[in-house]
Design a protein around this ligand. Structure first.
Ligand code: GS8
Length: 223
């Protein structure tokens, strides 16, 4: 396949955890691409054309054709660039099903609890915080004594979850709690992932996330 410079384009948003998944996957495979930061308030014609159903980032545009939904994008990248090494999904069907289960858990459960923990106040916040901690405890249990969710190597589940970590500073600061006091093994895992260059370079500065969180909380009337 001829490799043109603009063969791979990512419609991206720096602070979007979903976009970070796509950035990490591309970094893992060493793919060069053009990153196009999207304004999510005034959406570009390109975003509307490439993701007419959800109108959300990330969108991977490969040879002019869009792939939408972050987990689908990550799986696509893993399949198309198989020859680049660093497999993200396990090859055994059962192990692969379990990796997909936990990535789905990240989307169904983690996204919900992390969103509530920084957008709610009062009693709703207290409930959200409890739910947040019990969710990360469940993840710690699944991790067990392994260095990564996939075992010895960084993989699909790690990649699906680690983007939320750069939001922790904001959650903990606005919520006055420390995840580490409740889930130290999860934080150890996150610290291990952050030592990986592909991850470190794909995640924004937690302070930048925090600034954004403060602005949105003001708009929502939480602060
Ligand atoms: C979620 C993408 C998403 O929510 C995925 O790709 O995994 N299930 C999807 N993207 C947000 C930015 S991150 O919060 C987005 O593009 N929002 C724009 C909007 O909702 O209008």
């Amino acid at each position: 396949m001829a490799s043109h410079h603009h063969e791979v384009v990512l419609l991206d948003a720096t602070l979007s955890a979903f976009s970070m998944r796509a950035r990490i996957a591309l970094a893992e495979k060493g793919i060069e691409y053009e990153k196009k930061e999207q304004d999510l308030v005034n959406k570009s014609p390109e975003l509307l054309q490439m993701n007419p159903i959800h109108k959300k980032v990330p969108v991977l545009v490969h040879n002019g054709k869009p792939v939408c939904e972050s987990l689908i994008i990550v799986q696509y990248i893993d399949e198309v660039w198989k020859d680049k090494g660093n497999p993200l999904l396990p090859s055994d069907p059962y192990t692969r099903s379990q990796a997909r289960f936990w990535a789905d858990f990240a989307d169904k459960k983690v996204v919900d609890v992390v969103t509530k923990v920084w957008t709610k106040k009062g009693e709703e916040f207290e409930i959200a915080k409890k739910d947040f901690i019990s969710t990360f405890k469940q993840l710690e249990e699944e991790l067990g004594d392994k260095p990564y969710f996939g075992g010895e190597n960084f993989g699909y589940v790690d990649l699906s979850l680690i983007p939320f970590y750069c939001w922790f500073y904001a959650y903990e600061t606005v919520g006055s709690f420390k995840t580490e006091d409740h889930c130290p093994k999860f934080i150890e895992w996150a610290t291990r992932c952050m030592q990986r260059e592909t991850v470190a370079k794909s995640l924004p500065d937690p302070k930048q996330v925090y600034e954004f969180v403060l602005i949105v909380r003001k708009k929502l009337g939480v602060d």
